[in-house]
Design a protein around this ligand. Structure first.
Ligand SMILES: [Zn+2]
Length: 470
């Protein structure tokens, strides 16, 4: 088993607790509810990782732009699930780590994003999408995974849902059709055509999309013991694949391959997911093709860190940094290792480098820096930690964990109203509204009426979660 690593943060516990209520209500409105609703809504596994989020955002940005969708501020939500799934709402892209680790090239993921963007631009199921888009992130994930889990329960063995999911899956096609993400065949063809338009506009090939969909098509013809939610929501009859193939091959960019630098980032992402989420055998499998590639050595360094040899991991990471001195995530890994061996000052230096090198300005790296500065523990470093944590939250407003560290930092500085407000925010973004209100009221007692903190506390006190789809 892997220890709790810092780099990839699994939020399953926090979200699981909150997801239950939301999922029940949203699904009740959207699909026929089965007894398994509460079971599968527990432990929705969201993962945070600066490197992967930045990469997927880089995949999505040009496509979203070509599709005329929001071209900045794309939220990436990584779902730690080994099945294949991807889904776009107006400003959020949900993608399973299983999809990312399966795809051998960036182009395969970019193709899937292009197809999903086609659904949005086509206004398919727009009403539902609007509603999902307005809902809070956690509620959406719970709903989507819930819909998937009903038909794909067989793949989620580790969460003890296999039984429930299987039972529903046996009920068959009807449930799949009712899945909130199930599209009509006509919409699939429209989305495919739109996807090709976006890929052409960005000078990219449709081969990856074709490869992915063809894989689903052939897999579907097998007995179907491994049902991916994406396959269920996207009908892939033979004629659709045949039509798509004609479009893809007619494109002047049909044989365009991903830029080598992007492929390298993709390879590094895959091996990272393998190291943190799948274990040593999966890493070994990915390394086998090219054991000396940068991605392989990255995977090796991560594995060495995760499986308990920080000293050797530091040496391996130093070699990576030497090769790509401007890679922020090598610095992040160095920071993680240094935190593990209780050298917070050195870790803070590494994270500070990561922050300064990060073109995506991820809030996660800022929060890591803030944590390291807190661990240093001098009054001066705690003040700096407050600044970094607030910077991180500024980039990433829903990061509940960051508020908890911020509360601790304010507490250590004796700024109690600010600590109470940060605690309230932490509970709020974990959807623990009861405790959020308790701490918001505590904060208000010590704040001046009408000042920004007081007003924010009032917002939390007044908040009522809206559970309705209509
Ligand atoms: Zn589709």
């Amino acid at each position: 088993m892997w220890s709790r690593p810092r780099t990839m943060i699994d939020r399953s516990t926090a979200i699981g607790r909150t997801a239950r209520g939301f999922a029940t209500l949203l699904l009740a409105a959207a699909v026929a509810v089965s007894a398994s609703v509460n079971a599968f809504a527990q432990g929705v596994p969201v993962v945070r990782d600066a490197e992967i989020e930045a990469l997927v955002r880089d995949y999505a940005r040009p496509i979203f732009k070509a599709a005329g969708l929001a071209n900045d501020g794309i939220d990436i939500v990584l779902v730690n699930d080994q099945s294949f799934n991807a889904f776009v709402t107006g400003r959020r892209l949900f993608i399973n780590t299983g999809a990312l680790v399966t795809a051998e090239t960036p182009n395969e993921i970019i193709g899937v994003i292009a197809h999903e963007a086609g659904h949005i631009a086509g206004g398919h199921q727009q009403k539902l999408r609007d509603q999902l888009d307005r809902a809070k992130t956690m509620a959406i994930i719970a709903t989507l995974l819930g819909a998937g889990a009903m038909v794909a329960g067989a793949t989620t063995k580790s969460r003890g849902l296999a039984g429930a999911g299987m039972g529903v899956a046996a009920g068959g096609g009807e449930m799949a059709q009712r899945s909130i993400l199930a599209y009509q065949r006509g919409e699939e063809i429209t989305a495919d055509r739109s996807a090709i338009t976006y890929l052409n506009a960005t000078g990219q090939s449709g081969m990856g999309m074709l490869k992915t969909f063809a894989r689903f098509q052939s897999a579907l013809s097998l007995s179907g013991t491994q049902l991916d939610p994406y396959r269920i929501s996207h009908p892939m009859p033979q004629e659709r694949i045949a039509n798509l193939e004609v479009l893809v091959k007619a494109s002047p960019y049909a044989n365009q391959v991903d830029p080598p630098a992007l492929q390298q980032r993709h390879d590094m992402m895959r091996i990272k997911i393998a190291a943190y989420m799948q274990g040593q055998a999966a890493v070994a499998r990915l390394m086998r093709k090219n054991p000396t590639s940068l991605a392989s050595r990255y995977g090796d360094a991560q594995q060495t860190y995760l499986y308990g040899n920080p000293g050797a991991a530091l040496t391996k990471t130093a070699a990576l940094i030497k090769e790509q001195p401007k890679n922020p995530y090598f610095q992040e890994l160095r920071g993680d290792i240094l935190m593990k061996v209780n050298k917070p000052k050195d870790a803070a230096d590494a994270y500070a480098k990561a922050v300064s090198l990060d073109p995506a300005r991820s809030g996660l790296l800022m929060v890591s820096l803030g944590q390291a500065l807190m661990a240093v523990g001098t009054p001066d470093s705690i003040k700096k930690a407050v600044t970094q944590l607030n910077n991180g939250i500024g980039r990433d407003k829903e990061n509940a964990e960051a508020y908890r560290y911020l509360a601790q930092a304010y507490g250590e500085l004796g700024q109690i109203p600010a600590a109470d407000l940060a605690t309230a925010e932490g509970h709020f973004y974990s959807a623990d509204y009861k405790n959020a209100k308790i701490f918001a009221m505590r904060a208000q007692q010590k704040l001046k009426r009408g000042e920004p903190g007081w007003l924010r506390a009032q917002d939390i006190i007044n908040y009522t979660p809206s559970n309705k789809l209509k």
